[in-house]
Design a binder for this molecule. Structure first.
Ligand code: ADP
Ligand code: MG
Length: 780
């Protein structure tokens, strides 16, 4: 729905607990105690006809509560809930946390519907049902049955699993890490991830957001809200694979390679969300986020009293694609003057096992002053000659005066315990192992990198492109009206031509004799391919003959192909042949480019190493449309095949712009043509002279008859997302509130210079009708 009324969830003035009870260990009892213990300052009431004695006023029913509760926490059995919501909403309650379960299945579903109808009439917002509740420390609210209370902090956690909430809360509390809000989402019947992200993005109490996602429901809203949120604060997501990839018949390579987990990976990346795989990684990331650590750049220096530990950390860093700072001659000279002769003279900076606290302090000070260093990882191995705790104190004192960032890893168990407590108290991130330290650092680096991707907003139309959309539509319409599922190869070639995607010259031939004539027209050596709606992989059934020269060779090959396929695929209906120019690029790399549709997120693009072994090599990556050249280059760079494309030995570098260009154009084709359901270009040959597609398949199906839909990164054309400097607010990120506002929004921004936006927006924001127009998120 949006963020409407969510302030009553996070900042209620009054709360009613429905189902408050004195039965120890009952949910209604735990919640009552939590509500009381959290020190909520507003009005608090319990509702229970048995009027238990609980230390808070209890009333027999909602009607008897002497005030209108802003927020209701409901723990009563599911069948009672729709009626309660109706009653509360009518009285003016604005938000409810429904902890009760039992809203799915044959019996539950109707209850869920009735509950939502009752709430919807009055815009009462519901968190849950089937959830653990909500904790909000700024409001001193603990409307949950969590076993520990949250410390006040600036991290928000939104989770689809109550168990994960309590686990993270337990872990964090033990380490003194606090939260602004913890929300257990339960079944997400009303409030979902998109709403939460929208709210938390502009919540002044929250600096970072952690999501535990099992499945995203409203993909458009989620993407739009996630992108807006990730622009202003780190958003970390852990995605569990509770729903395995739907088994789908792999009609294309792309379909086979785009598993649901890979799709989430692409989606979260596009949203600028940092994805972590395990709870430990959430904790690693929390350590840096929780301490307010922000990396200034990617270069890490490693300061240690043990050479081996330094090497372990360096290995971990390089494994994760991180950058070790390279010390400048000036820094080395300064260190030489302050360190014993035997120091390592490079990064990692090994200051030797006997290092006393003073040496730690001196070395750290020099590194913090060095411009080539962005972050210092300080490590300590326990020794008999120097105290680990004193070393920690020296580091803490040195950090106090510095602006650059420091993270720490004190190895060992007993010896390190005190040091770790000191670091935690001083708000310096500290880790137990070199691996964890480096992982925590790299999360922040990846977060920074994600910000760059996020700032890329592809133009509505790829630059310099003038696709002939009318012809493209007509061509697909014609194929659909003939009942075809796969676009005939000659039509694929024509379609690609409209989008300026280079494709090998191809002609269709009905018979072997025709094929010879077509070969003559094309001239030079040709390739002959079988054309059949029933054959997916042509070479598997002898349906590809390469490098044929002359009419006799072509006719003979065509006849042989028919004979062979009659054996290999007796049921395949043969339409004819495709005669193709033989592309002579001996040094080309074979690539795959494709598109498949995810049932939640719509079209997803695929890029990677192509050829017949594509599934075995599995060197592919997915990306969400739309793409521009900059994004396409980052997509390519994620694969191993990118290294081959950059050239090696006598292999010249491929034309990377042409490769990226093909991906951008294909993405454009996908967003223009709703009836294109799946695409496989395999291979696209790439070398220094450019790219050319030699085999491409396009599956078509009427958009109206499919469940899927086209998604751009926001529900609006991408260029509707605006960044503007606004007086009194600073840099802001703007987008229309509702899709139907898009034209007015565009109209408003179309003729404005940045300065105009600055002035006019301010007045617009304060004039009511237009306030509805744009959603604004402060960036700085
Ligand atoms: P399929 O993938 O259905 O088996 P392809 O059309 O991809 O059939 O052909 C198989 C392989 O033959 C390609 O991967 C490519 O290496 C080669 N090939 C196909 N067409 C051409 C062509 N026009 N020029 C050069 N090589 C080609
Ligand atoms: Mg192929």
């Amino acid at each position: 729905m949006s963020t409407r009324n969510l302030e009553y969830l996070f900042r209620p003035q009054s709360i009613a607990l429905i189902g408050a009870t004195d039965h120890l260990h009952a949910v209604g009892n735990v919640v009552a105690r939590n509500l009381l213990a959290s020190g909520f300052e507003g009005a608090l009431a319990g509702v229970n006809p048995h009027l238990p004695n609980l230390g808070l006023p209890v009333y027999p029913d909602v009607a008897s509560v002497p005030f209108v509760p802003d927020l209701a926490v409901i723990c009563t059995p599911a069948p009672t809930v729709p009626g309660l919501i109706e009653e509360l909403a009518t009285r003016g309650t604005k938000a409810a946390i429904v902890i009760s379960a039992g809203f799915s299945g044959v019996e539950g579903e109707p209850l869920r519907q009735r509950m939502l109808e009752a709430a919807g009439k009055h815009l009462l917002r519901i968190v849950g049902p089937n959830c653990l509740g909500v904790l909000s420390t700024p409001a001193k609210l603990n409307g949950s049955f969590a076993h520990v209370a949250a410390k006040r902090g600036r991290i928000a956690m939104v989770t689809q699993s109550g168990a994960i909430l309590t686990t993270v809360l337990d872990w964090a509390t033990a380490r003194g890490i606090g939260f602004s809000h913890l929300v257990s989402m339960g079944d997400m019947s009303d409030v979902d991830f998109g709403d939460m992200l929208d709210y938390l993005a502009s919540d002044a109490e929250t600096d970072a957001i952690i999501l535990y996602i099992e499945a995203v429901t409203h993909a458009r809203k989620f993407m739009s809200a996630a992108r807006a949120a990730a622009r202003v604060k780190p958003v970390i997501a852990i995605k569990s694979g509770r729903h395995p990839a739907a088994a789908k018949a792999a009609l294309s390579h792309t379909g086979a390679l785009a598993g649901s987990d890979a799709v989430y990976e692409a989606v979260l990346r596009r949203a600028g969300i940092l994805r972590v795989k395990t709870l430990e990684e959430v904790f690693d990331a929390l350590e840096t986020l929780g301490m307010g650590y922000v990396p200034h750049g990617e270069k890490l220096a490693i300061l240690t009293n043990g050479g081996g530990a330094g090497v372990l950390a360096t290995d971990a860093l390089l494994d994760l694609d991180g950058t070790l700072a390279e010390l400048s001659p000036a820094t080395i000279t300064t260190l030489n003057a302050a360190m014993p002769l035997t120091w390592s003279h490079g990064d990692p900076i090994d200051i030797i096992g006997d290092a006393p606290p003073e040496r730690y302090a001196a070395a750290l000070k020099i590194l913090l002053d060095a411009p080539e260093v962005d972050t210092v990882l300080v490590m300590n191995c326990p020794t008999a000659v120097a105290s680990s705790s004193d070393a920690a104190r020296a580091v803490i004192d040195t950090c106090a005066a510095a602006h650059r960032t420091v993270i720490t890893n004190w190895l060992g168990a007993l010896a390190a315990e005190e040091a770790r407590a000191l670091f935690t108290a001083a708000k310096i991130p500290t880790y137990e192992t070199p691996d964890e330290a480096v992982r925590g650092f790299m999360h922040m680096v990846r977060y920074r990198r994600a910000q760059d991707t996020l700032m890329q907003v592809p133009a509505a139309l790829a630059e310099g492109m003038h696709p002939d959309r009318a012809k493209a539509h007509a061509l697909i319409e014609d194929a659909l009206s003939r009942g075809l599922t796969w676009l005939p190869p000659q039509d694929v070639a024509a379609l690609f031509a409209y989008y300026a995607i280079p494709v090998a010259r191809s002609l269709f031939a009905a018979t072997p004799k025709d094929a010879a004539a077509c070969a003559k027209k094309i001239g030079g050596p040709v390739v002959l391919k079988i054309v059949s709606q029933d054959i997916v992989h042509k070479s598997d059934v002898g349906g590809v003959a390469l490098d044929l020269m002359g009419s006799a060779a072509v006719t003979a090959a065509a006849q042989a192909m028919l004979d062979h396929i009659a054996q290999a695929a007796p049921n395949a209906r043969i339409d004819g042949f495709l005669v193709q120019e033989m592309v002579d690029r001996p040094n080309a790399t074979e690539l795959i480019l494709g598109m498949t549709e995810d049932k939640t997120f719509g079209p997803i693009m695929l890029f990677g190493r192509g050829g017949t072994a594509v599934e075995v090599i599995a060197d592919t990556t997915l990306a969400m449309p739309p793409l521009n050249m900059a994004l396409a280059h980052t997509v390519i760079a994620r694969t191993q095949v990118a290294k081959a494309l950059r050239g090696y030995r006598d292999r010249k570098p491929a034309d990377m712009d042409a490769v990226a260009g093909a991906l951008v154009k294909l993405t454009q084709l996908v967003s223009d043509l709703d009836d294109v359901a799946e695409i496989d270009i395999n291979p696209l040959l790439a070398d220094d002279t450019g790219v050319i597609a030699v085999d491409a398949r396009i599956r078509i199906a009427r958009a109206a008859e499919r469940t899927s839909w086209r998604m751009s990164i926001s529900p609006y054309p991408a260029d509707l997302e605006q960044t503007a400097q606004i007086d009194g607010l600073g840099r802001c990120f703007l987008r229309p509130v509702r899709p139907e506002d898009a034209p007015a929004f565009t109209e408003f921004f179309a003729h404005l210079t940045p300065d105009d936006i600055r002035l006019r927006f301010f007045s617009m924001w304060h004039s009511l009708p237009q306030r509805q127009l744009a959603r604004l998120t402060q960036i700085d």
